[in-house]
Write a protein that binds this ligand. Structure first.
Ligand SMILES: NC(=O)c1ccc[n+]([C@@H]2O[C@H](COP(=O)([O-])OP(=O)(O)OC[C@H]3O[C@@H](n4cnc5c(N)ncnc54)[C@H](O)[C@@H]3O)[C@@H](O)[C@H]2O)c1
Length: 282
């Protein structure tokens, strides 16, 4: 898919971060975009930015991707509001952190993280697959993480819910390579594995679990995570869209992601030991 002009793209989690940048850059490239989020105020800002970058149309939809009924309703709204019976691009981007500790953390927190990060991708794929298959050419882009191949944030920092979900996203998207080739060869699946990207995911995740973005424990780390990243959300969105254009299916974002991928492949036995692997940029 060399051009996004006049294509219809669906982006989950378009309120902030990489999702917002995908919406804006797709609009600038001439696409119509439908985007959903749980944060409707952030969606309104994304729409303004996208309409300043391109002519749209840009539609916004309140939807929790963890809930299959809400995702089906989002799909029905997209069909109705854009007046099309197919879509060309689906970016399953929405995600939150949390639920690091499976031994002591509250089960509800663990399962909320898992159901947004994995359930969101699965529900999006299920809801929109018939519309992707109905297009002459289509791409489904699933955002995993370096935590889709490295289930930790370092030897002292458990990260079980997010990592389990991101491994599932990676496995699903790899399995789709063959499934789609056999069942719908005009549809491709792209797997995105970012390293550290400067977004508000830390504060958004705190809010998603009932906390506050201004919590004095959360805020300094959230600000640091956003402001001291090696890759910006806009740069990450550009990498993703360029990969879709040239037909890559396995997309690592950032030197940290490339380094981790090589390190884990070269010596998988030591990656969780004390003194094992830390993100070089974290
Ligand atoms: N930022 C990073 O360093 C990094 C690294 C690897 C992977 N990722 C992944 O990239 C994706 C985008 O994250 P980001 O960093 O741009 O974060 P972000 O918090 O800026 O953006 C995520 C968006 O998803 C929305 N969202 C959260 N839960 C939702 C739900 N249940 N339904 C609908 N929308 C929901 C949020 O409101 C937010 O607008 C996520 O899947 C994340 O796990 C991020």
């Amino acid at each position: 898919m060399e051009s996004f002009a006049r294509k219809l793209a669906v982006v989950t989690g378009g309120g902030t971060g990489m999702g917002r940048e995908l919406v804006v850059q797709l609009a600038a490239a001439g696409a119509a975009v439908a985007t959903c989020d749980v944060n409707v105020d952030a969606l309104a800002t994304t729409r303004e930015l996208a309409l300043a970058a391109g002519s749209g149309p840009i539609t916004t939809h309140e939807c929790n991707v963890a809930d299959p009924e809400q995702v089906d309703r989002f799909r029905d709204e997209v069909v109705q509001e854009h007046g099309r019976d197919h879509i060309h691009l689906l970016f399953n981007n929405a995600g939150i952190g949390g639920g690091g500790n499976c031994v002591n953390d509250d089960r509800a927190v663990w399962e909320r993280t898992f159901s947004v990060c994995w359930g969101g991708v699965y529900n999006g794929a299920r809801a929109f697959m018939p519309l992707l298959v109905a297009a002459p050419e289509a791409v489904i882009v699933n955002t995993s993480s370096v935590n889709g191949f490295w289930a930790s944030l370092g030897p002292e920092t458990p990260h079980t819910a997010y990592s389990s979900a991101k491994f599932a996203v990676k496995g699903f998207t790899e399995a789709l390579q063959v499934d789609l080739r056999v069942s719908a060869p005009h549809v491709r699946a792209v797997l995105v594995m970012p390293g550290h990207v400067g977004t508000d995911i830390v504060s958004n995740s705190a809010v998603a679990h009932g906390g506050s973005a201004n919590d004095p424990i959360v805020k300094p780390f959230a600000d640091y995570f956003r402001d001291h990243a090696p890759v910006s959300a806009a740069q990450a969105a550009t990498v993703i869209l360029d990969a879709v254009r040239v037909g890559e299916w396995r997309v690592l974002i950032g030197d940290d992601a490339g380094w981790l991928d090589e390190r884990i492949r070269s010596d998988p036995h030591t990656v969780y030991q004390p003194g094992g692997v830390m993100l070089p940029t974290a």
